[in-house]
Design a binder for this molecule. Structure first.
Ligand code: FAD
Length: 403
């Protein structure tokens, strides 16, 4: 299924595609080597594509606040002057086009503007939105979101060891986080900790706003990874970090929904990245198969190659229906947690599947860096792990369908 694009949608897609081809693509090798950080380019991207103007409208209250559901992990995305459905298309397509070129750039951008920025914008007090969310949404500061710990990955809530002890009008944070996107360079951190004291929130997992300049906070160096190499990942250490009481996000509620709604948004955003990877890999493989000749014919003439391409297309087509579901419906769908997990599970697996199939179609060339698909395949695997592994998506779906 191809999307039936109108003039507006086509213009949006072409604008994003051109910008990412001209500006992001040439920067990818240096970012993958770790010679350049993604953040200065994110700032330029916001200015060039008008994202700052939209965020300023949001801050004045005359635009939509970033959605709570799917797409919010894209930090809102570009929307000025568009009707609601074109804005939905723009948000998804913006992230798709970014991921087609560099999933790791998209991951870092989504973690900063989505998991930190949109999260704080949605759940923070008005002062927290102004002071903490807006600089990150404008890409003036880099944000990161710290849930995972060395001993608490899939079991992030029950296994959490990081604590926030209430001491007078302050919180004192102790513990550590690992595998945190942007942590080595972030200016601001949203970290989860188990509250001790603090009245109503005592014993619950709560999100706290921490600044790099807070004494007792430190971060580790960027970790060396299989893929997503353009996205710095690292540890956060909290050693008696004293922060004022008003750094508790949203003022404190005795609910798990801070983590849950963040994960829903993250999973929606990750599905879009997997789709971008799958779409690009399919196109590279299809075009290659039409021009590469063996036995005197284009390899696309061989039915065994056709079968591989057809199965790749099935995956791309189904992922497309998932990530564009809101736009196709013409409204924001109210999806259950199981729906979001189903989408994330399917898109993540298909992203990896299509990327590795693309390597196979290109064979020796596919294994070479020059043809891009090997990088996209390495990047794709992360999406089966981050935001909850495949098994965690299945467990969440099973819990919901069994009631
Ligand atoms: C590049 C990268 C970026 C990341 N960015 C962030 C970030 O910004 N913020 C953040 O908080 N985290 C981040 N993470 C962490 C990520 O969310 C975790 O790695 C993920 O949740 C899995 O946790 P784990 O690695 O500890 O695996 P584990 O939980 O140890 O799982 C190991 C294996 O056991 C399986 N397993 C675990 N429990 C069960 C069960 N009950 N039933 C069946 N199988 C089970 C898992 O599926 C997996 O296969 C990032 C990770 C990576 C690699």
């Amino acid at each position: 299924m191809d999307l039936d694009l109108g003039d507006t949608e086509r213009l949006l897609r072409d604008t994003f595609r051109r910008w990412f081809a001209d500006e992001l693509d040439p920067a990818v090798p240096a970012m993958e080597r770790g010679d350049e950080l993604p953040y200065p380019l994110m700032r330029r991207m916001h200015a060039a594509l008008g994202l700052d103007a939209m965020l300023a409208r949001q801050a004045r209250g005359d635009g939509d606040r970033p959605d709570e559901g799917r797409g919010s992990s894209d930090g809102g995305g570009p929307a000025p002057g568009l009707d609601a459905n074109a804005a939905r298309y723009a948000r998804t397509t913006f992230a798709v086009e970014m991921a087609r070129v560099s999933p790791s750039f998209a991951l870092s951008w989504g973690a900063s503007t989505g998991l930190f920025g949109a999260n704080v914008a949605n759940k923070g007090t008005p002062e927290q939105v102004r002071q903490w969310a807006m600089p990150v949404l404008r890409c003036e500061k880099v944000g990161s979101w710290g849930l995972t710990e060395p001993g608490a990955g899939s079991d992030a809530l029950a296994g959490m060891r990081t604590t926030a002890r209430r001491d007078g009008d302050q919180w004192v944070l102790d513990g550590s986080k690992t595998f945190i996107t942007n942590a080595p360079y972030a200016d601001v951190f949203l970290v989860y900790a188990r509250a001790q004291g603090g009245g109503e929130v005592d014993g619950t997992i709560q999100p706290f706003l921490v600044d790099r300049s807070d004494p007792g906070l430190s971060t580790g160096p960027p970790m060396k990874k299989m893929g997503m190499r353009g996205s710095p990942t690292g540890e956060i250490f909290l050693d008696g970090v004293r922060i004022p009481a008003d750094r508790l996000l949203g003022g404190g509620v005795r609910r798990r929904d801070h983590v849950k709604s963040s994960l829903v948004a993250e999973r929606g955003g990750l599905s879009v990245l997997s789709y971008g990877i799958a779409e690009r890999c399919f196109e590279i493989a299809r075009d290659y198969a039409k021009t590469r000749t063996q036995f005197g014919r284009p390899i696309a003439d061989f039915q065994l190659v056709q079968q591989r391409l057809a199965r790749m297309w099935v995956a791309v087509s189904n992922c497309r229906r998932i990530v564009y579901a809101d736009w196709l419906a013409g409204r924001t769908l109210r999806e259950s947690a199981a729906d979001v997990c189903a989408g994330k599970l399917y898109c993540a697996e298909m992203g990896t599947f299509v990327a590795f199939e693309a390597i196979h179609v290109l064979a020796g060339n596919g294994y070479m860096e020059e043809y891009v698909v090997e990088r996209l395949a390495r990047d794709a695997k992360l999406i089966e792990l981050g935001g909850g592994t495949t098994e965690i998506q299945i467990l969440t779906i099973a819990r919901e369908i069994l009631g």
